[in-house]
Design a protein around this ligand. Structure first.
Ligand SMILES: *[C@@H]1O[C@H](CO)[C@@H](O)[C@H](O)[C@H]1NC(C)=O
Ligand SMILES: *[C@@H]1O[C@H](CO)[C@@H](O)[C@H](O)[C@H]1NC(C)=O
Ligand SMILES: *[C@@H]1O[C@H](CO)[C@@H](O)[C@H](O)[C@H]1NC(C)=O
Ligand SMILES: *[C@@H]1O[C@H](CO)[C@@H](O)[C@H](O)[C@H]1NC(C)=O
Ligand SMILES: *[C@@H]1O[C@H](CO)[C@@H](O)[C@H](O)[C@H]1NC(C)=O
Length: 251
């Protein structure tokens, strides 16, 4: 009896510390996606440079024009899974998966059924490689309906499918499509146009450098709010910016 008593105490005390030690691995981010994640126009670079705390790191694999099919066929996906193997000993490796803008084009060769299948296969390959997939619903475009004064929601199918795949597989996911739609609706067309890409600021799909920072913060805030134990301590905050976003005010 005494033996049982003494053997239980150390286990009870030791378990939380051991768990914390395991969880405390910093995060390595692998960002898979199209141009709305990619360098120069997507949220990925700013996510890595402005929201990831010291000690954690990552790589932006966003590829302009990519579909869930071309991302694999062109070799990007192989590099993502290779990196999971390389980093998983020292980091908790999370892979964000955000597609839809190109898959939805009639010429993409990717049907909605293919899109569903491809997302699910990406996620399971991340798990097999030792990483944790996070499905991210596609960033909204920022064109308003001039009658309703609401942003035109033309990624609803891809958003619904990404969420469906995540729920079916009990996967991490964040609804960036909803959060970005809500924010853009709150600030209106004129303010939303301040984030447009390009000299003439006419590109309402891609982001200029400040837009990258703002929408990267939306992604980060979604992740931290939903998965605080995974990301809380590995995130560099900007409470000023987060408060403006929460309030639906232009940042
Ligand atoms: C993060 O690291 C960089 C360089 O290693 C350093 O300049 C910076 O002050 C650090 N930031 C924080 C918040 O610790
Ligand atoms: C994958 O990684 C290799 C080696 O780092 C690189 O040469 C190649 O360009 C990458 N492929 C893509 C599609 O980025
Ligand atoms: C804008 O909204 C009106 C009213 O709901 C609708 O009839 C119209 O089709 C919409 N236009 C676009 C481009 O979505
Ligand atoms: C969504 O998918 C349905 C078929 O499931 C299709 O009829 C509809 O046009 C799609 N909507 C958009 C915005 O692509
Ligand atoms: C934080 O957000 C504020 C308000 O948008 C911005 O002016 C500032 O540059 C940001 N700071 C950092 C370190 O990103």
């Amino acid at each position: 009896m005494l033996g049982v008593f003494f053997s239980l105490i150390p286990i009870a005390l030791a378990a939380p510390a051991a768990l914390n030690k395991y969880v405390a691995k910093p995060v390595y981010w692998l960002l898979a996606g199209d141009s709305t994640t990619a360098h120069d126009g997507g949220w990925g670079d700013a996510f890595l440079s402005t929201t990831v705390a010291n000690g954690s790191s990552g790589h932006n694999y966003g590829h302009s024009g990519a579909t869930t099919k071309s991302f694999r066929d062109g070799g990007d996906w192989g590099n993502v899974t290779r990196d999971i193997a390389n980093y998983k000993n020292d980091y908790a490796v999370y892979v964000t998966i955000q597609f839809g803008h190109n898959d939805q084009k009639p010429t993409s060769g990717v049907s909605l059924i293919d899109f569903r299948t491809n997302l699910g296969v990406f996620a399971s390959e991340v798990q097999v490689a030792g990483g944790i997939p996070i499905l991210v619903t596609p960033l909204t475009r920022r064109t308003f309906n001039t009658t309703t004064k609401r942003v035109i929601e033309n990624l609803a199918n891809e958003t619904a499918i990404a969420i469906e795949v995540a729920k079916a597989g009990s996967l991490h996911y964040v609804n960036l499509n909803k959060a970005s739609t809500d924010y853009v609706n709150a600030i209106g067309q004129q303010e939303a146009d301040r984030y447009n890409w390009g000299e003439e600021k006419k590109d309402r799909t891609h982001l200029n450098p400040w837009g990258e920072v703002v929408f990267a913060r939306i992604v980060s805030d979604l992740l931290v709010a939903k998965y605080p134990e995974d990301f809380g301590r590995f995130t560099q905050r900007n409470e000023t910016l987060s408060a403006l976003i929460r309030a639906g005010k232009p940042a």
